[in-house]
Design a protein around this ligand. Sequence first.
Ligand SMILES: Cc1cc2nc3c(=O)[nH]c(=O)nc-3n(C[C@H](O)[C@H](O)[C@H](O)COP(=O)(O)OP(=O)(O)OC[C@H]3O[C@@H](n4cnc5c(N)ncnc54)[C@H](O)[C@@H]3O)c2cc1C
Length: 426
Amino acid sequence: MSIAEDRETPAVTAVRTEVEVAIVGAGLAGTVLALSLARAGRKVALVDPHRIHHDEFRAEKTRAEQMGLFEKLGLGPVFRSLVTPMTDLHIFRFGQLFERKQAWEYAFSYTPLVNGLRAALPPEVPLTVGKVAEVSTGPDRQRLVLTDGSVIEARLLVVATGYSEAVRRAIGAERIEESKAHSLTMGFDLAISPQEFGLQSLTFYGRQIADRIAFLTIFRIGERMRANMFVYRTVADPWVRAFRENPQKMLLELMPEIAARCGNFAVASEVEVRQVSLTTTRGHRRDGVVFIGDAFATTCPAQGDGIHRVLTDVDCLSSTHIPAWLETPGMAADKICAFYDDPVKIAADERAMRASIYARRITTETGLEWRLRRLRNNTARHLMIFARRFREAGKPSDARLGVTGVAFDRSDEAGQELPAGPRLGT
Ligand SMILES: Cc1cc2nc3c(=O)[nH]c(=O)nc-3n(C[C@H](O)[C@H](O)[C@H](O)COP(=O)(O)OP(=O)(O)OC[C@H]3O[C@@H](n4cnc5c(N)ncnc54)[C@H](O)[C@@H]3O)c2cc1C
C-alpha cells in the first residue's frame, strides 16, 4: 500500500533493516514502547519524520496512576527527571475553596517530555528519521519503504502515529468520529511567578451551564505558572475568538473569586487552542499490525486519560502480548486480536470514553435527567461544605479542609475514577 502524498524519489543508497518490531511514530506511545521493548532486549526500529518532536500543545499534566505505569515500564526515573511534581491540590467550586486534596500530580510540556524520553533510547534502538512511502502487512512479514528508499522488515508493525492519518489509511484502518469537536482545550502562561502564586495547583470548576466550562486548572511547570482550560465549544464559536483576544477580561468576569490569587489573570503567552473529537477505529483487526495510543482512539483531554490509554497499550503489549506473539511463528490477525480483546486495554479505553461523554453531558445538558443529576451532585457538595464548616467551627483557623463521606457522583471531575456505566452509544 503506497502513501501517495509522502512519496519522493528513492535515494540510490537504500538500506535494508530487519527487526522484530517496527514502530511508526515516535510520540509518547511509540517512544515509550520502543524504550520498554529495548529494555527486554528486543530488536526494534522506531521511525518518525522529525528528529526533534515538533512544538505542540498536548498533555501537560498527569496523575499518580500513570506514574505507576511509568514505574512498571522501568521509566520512572526518566519520567521524574522531566516533570514538576505537586501534591497539594486546591479545588474551587461554587466560587469558594471546596476541597484541599493531597495527591500526586506531575506537570510537563509535552514536547520536552517526548524529546527527553527519546533521548533515553539506547544505541541499539536509534530513531530512524524518515517518512513512510509504502507499507505492506501480512500474516508473517511486514515491510516499510521510506521515502529515501530504505526498507524496514519486521515480524510486527506498530502504528503509533497519533492524529496523523496517512499510514493508518494506507493500511486500511478507518477513524470513526464518536463525538465531533467534543471539547476545546486552551493553554496559556500566567504572568504571575510560582512564588507569588503560592499554591502548587488550583482547579476551578465552571459555575453556570451557559459558560460551557468544565474547569480551569493552574499549575507549575518549572518556573512558569501554566493554565489549562477545558470548554465544550468549537473553535468557530465567537466566545473562543473573544477569549483569545482578551483572556484576562474574560477570566476576570468568569472567575472573579480567584482573580487576586492569579495575578488578576495577566496572561504572559498566546492562548493555544486545540479542538478534540472523540474517535475510535474500524478495520484495525488485521494481520501483522497493531494500532496504539491516539492512532487507535482519542478521548477528551479534560479527563486526563490520554496518557493512561497510551501507557496501558504499551504495558499490555510489552509485558504480555508481544513476548507471546514473538515466541511462535506467524503474526496473523487472531494473535493481534488478543491485544484488542485484552480486558485491561478494554477497561482503560472504555473508562476514558465514558468519562469524556459523561463530563460533557453533566456540564452542558439541560434535560430533566441531567438537571436532576446536577442537583444531586451539587446538593451533596453543599452538604460537604456545611459539614466541614460545622466540624471546623470550634477548631483553629488552619484546620484541615477536605471533608469526605457524602456520596455523590464525581465523574465530571478531572482525574476521577468512574462508576460503572453504560458503554458508548448505549
Ligand atoms: C490539547 C491536548 C491536551 C491534552 N491533555 C492531556 C492531559 O492533560 N492528560 C492526558 O493524559 N492526556 C492529554 N491529552 C491526550 C494526550 O496528549 C495523547 O493521548 C497522547 O499524547 C497521545 O500520544 P501518541 O504517542 O499516541 O500520539 P502523538 O504524541 O501525536 O505521536 C504521534 C507521533 O507520530 C508521528 N507521525 C505522524 N505521522 C507519521 C508518519 N506518517 N510516519 C512516521 N511518524 C509519524 C508524529 O511525528 C508523532 O511523533 C491531551 C491532548 C490534547 C490534544
